[in-house]
Design a protein around this ligand. Sequence first.
Ligand code: 4AZ
Length: 276
Amino acid sequence: MRRPIVRTLARAAALGAAAAALPLASPAPVAADSVVVGGKLVRVADSPWVVALSSRDRFGGTRSGQFCGGVVVGRSTVLTAAHCMSKEVLGVPLRRVSDLKVIAGREDLATNAGNEISVSNVKTNPEYDASTNSGDFATLTLAEPLPESYVIRAAGAGDAAYKPGTSAAVYGWGDTTGRGNYAQSLHAADVTVLADKECQEAYPGSADGTYTPASMVCAGEIQGGRDACQGDSGGPLVARGKLIGLVSWGDGCGRAGSPGVYTRISEVVRVMKRYA
Ligand code: 4AZ
């Protein structure tokens, strides 16, 4: 179904919090190849740049208020998806969310490991277009800096990490089945960077969005399987040890012929320089 991604995410995140309160209620089988459909559990110590965005006021406390992902690109700078800051996701305008936090160093959302850091400023990309999904990023400024060791390098334009066929990994606490089963602990899935032509054929333009090579990159397995899903938005796609994308959109999760679409980081870097 082609539904507005952002509304689905907000509703799903709330449901996820409720489901997590009953961990034994209905343990859905996770297909071996189906995260962050088709993913595996990973240690945040091995990927310290992955962070959770949290608002307990909006999403409840069971999973630390997690509703989106993010990635540390500077000691005080986190990137996420622009759509994560929208009223559709938050349920209220961003200015009404008084407890927005970045959670670093916590793989299990049921614990209080790591750090919760207040966000002192949010800047949504002025070029974000919600109708095509192009330019889907926002920068968060942290009230206190993280250690330098948390920062991941961004892959610039022309970096080999963007080459079709490159192995990449996507990280998040989102839906692991496409049926509203939100992860309690951090997952990652291996996906392949696809050629722009394949992405354009998959998304020539619909209510979901339009694949735009200049500002997007797509990844997955053309036969379906491993993919990002609801709740992973804003989280990192990493290849060759560098950040190449932010989880942005797609038609469902892990469907054959519907790869995950990511905000292209080289474009984020370009736009950030322009507005710096
Ligand atoms: C979402 O709704 C979403 N399969 C994120 C990623 C993908 C689809 C939907 C990619 O936030």
